[in-house]
Design a protein around this ligand. Structure first.
Ligand code: 13P
Length: 249
C-alpha cells in the first residue's frame, strides 16, 4: 500500500495572528498538491486565524503542544478540547525543544499522545538523538526507546493513524541536514520497531516524517526514500518556498 506523503510546517514561536493570516493567504494557492497532505502547526493563539485563512484550501491546521489533562487548575496550559474547538486537527507532541526547554519526558509524551488520540487529534510524535548520542552509536537504541514509551497503551488501530517525526537534534535549525541515507536508516528502524510492537499492517500504514533543515533543495531526495513519508519543516515553513517542499516531485 502506498502511503501518502505528509508535509507539516512547525512554525515554533513565530508569527502573530495577523502575520498568520497573511502567510496562509500567500501559501494557499501554492501548496495545492496531488500527492502530499499539508499541515501547518502554529502557535495556539494563531490557530483561529490560521483556520479562518485556510478555509476552503487543502491546508489542515495543527498545534505545537497540548496538555494531557482535560481541564482545571493548570495555568497557561491548553487542552485537547480547546484545540479541537479552535479547529486544529493535528498536534505535535514531544518536540525536542519541548523536551529540552520545558521538561517534557517520554512519560509526559505518552500521556499527551493518549489524550490526543482519545479526543480525535492526530498526534505528530517526535523523536531523535543528540549529536553525542549519534557519536556514541546509540541512535537507534535511543529512538526505539522513545517510540516504545510514546506508544504505551496505544492500540494498533490507533497507532496506524498517528504520524511519527524523526528529527535528529543536531540537524534542527542548523542547516545541517541528515543525509538521506542517515535519515532512511533511522526511519526504517522506527518502522521495524512499530512492526515488532504492532505487526506488519500498522508498520505499512503509519507515516514517518523526517525533520531537520528540510528545504526546497533537499526534500525530493529525502522523501524519495522508502521509509520517509514526508517532513516536519521548521524555518522553511515560514516562507512561500514551503510550497516547493510540499510539491517536491
Ligand atoms: P528546521 O527545519 O528549522 O531545522 O526545524 C526542524 C524542526 O524542528 C521541525 O519540527
Amino acid at each position: 500500500m502506498a502511503r501518502k506523503t505528509i508535509v507539516a510546517g512547525n512554525w515554533k514561536m513565530n508569527m502573530t495572528p495577523t502575520q498568520t493570516a497573511e502567510l496562509i493567504e500567500t501559501l494557499k494557492p501554492l501548496v495545492v498538491s496531488d500527492y502530499s497532505d499539508v499541515v501547518l502547526c502554529v502557535p495556539a493563539i494563531d490557530i483561529p486565524a490560521a483556520v479562518a485563512a485556510a478555509k476552503g484550501s487543502n491546508i489542515e491546521i495543527g498545534a505545537e503542544n497540548l496538555y494531557f489533562e482535560d481541564k482545571g487548575a493548570y495555568t497557561g496550559e491548553i487542552s485537547a478540547d480547546m484545540l479541537l474547538d479552535a479547529g486544529a486537527k493535528y498536534v505535535i507532541i514531544g518536540h525536542s525543544e519541548r523536551r529540552e526547554y520545558f521538561g517534557e519526558t517520554d512519560e509526559t509524551v505518552n500521556k499527551k499522545v493518549l489524550k490526543a488520540i482519545e479526543k480525535g487529534l492526530t498526534p505528530i510524535i517526535c523523536c531523535g538523538e543528540t549529536l553525542t548520542q549519534r557519536e556514541q552509536g546509540i541512535t537507534i537504541d535511543w529512538v526505539r526507546q522513545q517510540i516504545k514509551i510514546a506508544f504505551q497503551n496505544v492500540t494498533a488501530d490507533q497507532a496506524k493513524a498517528t504520524v511519527i517525526a524523526y528529527e535528529p537534534i543536531w540537524a534542527i535549525g542548523t542547516g545541517k541536514t541528515a543525509t538521506s541515507d542517515q535519515a532512511e536508516e533511522v526511519c526504517g528502524a522506527i518502522r521495524q520497531c512499530i512492526k515488532e510492537v504492532y505487526g506488519d499492517a500498522v508498520a505499512e500504514e503509519i507515516r514517518i516524517q523526517y525533520g531537520g533543515s528540510v528545504n526546497a533543495g533537499n526534500a525530493a531526495e529525502l522523501f524519495a526514500k522508502p521509509d520517509i513519508d514526508g517532513g516536519l519543516v521548521g524555518g522553511a515553513s515560514l516562507k512561500p518556498d514551503f510550497s516547493k517542499i510540499v510539491n517536491y516531485k
